[in-house]
Design a protein around this ligand. Sequence first.
Ligand code: 5RP
Length: 232
Amino acid sequence: MDAAEGKRRAAAAALAEVQAGMRLGIGTGSTAEAFIHLLAVRVRDEGLRVVGVPTSERTAALCRDLGVPLTTLDELPELDLTIDGADEIDGALRLVKGGGGALLREKIVAASSARMIVIADGSKTVEALGAFPLPIEINPFGAVATRLQIEKAASRLGLNGPLALRRRDDRPFVTDGGHHILDASFGRIPDPEALSASLHAVPGVVEHGLFIGMATAAVIARGEDIEVRGAL
Ligand code: 5RP
């Protein structure tokens, strides 16, 4: 089974958790988009009544195209369930996210949700986080100083990999919030909680892609099987 089919199957399994009347956080990325397509079919064909808060402009545009009703977090600050993808998932349901550049809104929406289900194909599970470069969203002001402070903070934890400014079309990538992203190739992250705290202590860091204590369950497609971690 290819990754795209695994993403679709994980999305379909998570869709079973969506019930009428739910206030949903809707993630970003190809796996989240597989979920949005399936959700839209239920909205259209079954008249399923839900309302979603999108985690990116890209997700908002797709939801609008497919007829999934949307609102904002300001209108609906408490959500029942967020469904989103991830770049890495470890055995403690800690995640690396932000490969699609939406980590800040994704984290705000997940933190506003009673539950967060992560959907993924089997390639996303890891023994230890860090093979996927960790996205760190920074304010463009003082970016050189911020980078230096991140390097020093990480180095104190024994993490010395390079930081790459994410680019698109030969320009720095700009997030929906107007920030830049440094992709940090630290390698294996032995203590994600300590790294999270160290990064949050750098003033120019807006947010980082370590999601710790946020996912309540993961639905992972492995071949023909669906593995569920945590409590659905
Ligand atoms: C976007 C994300 C995505 O959920 C993550 O990058 C996974 O993407 P995909 O489902 O395309 O593999 O965090 O910011």
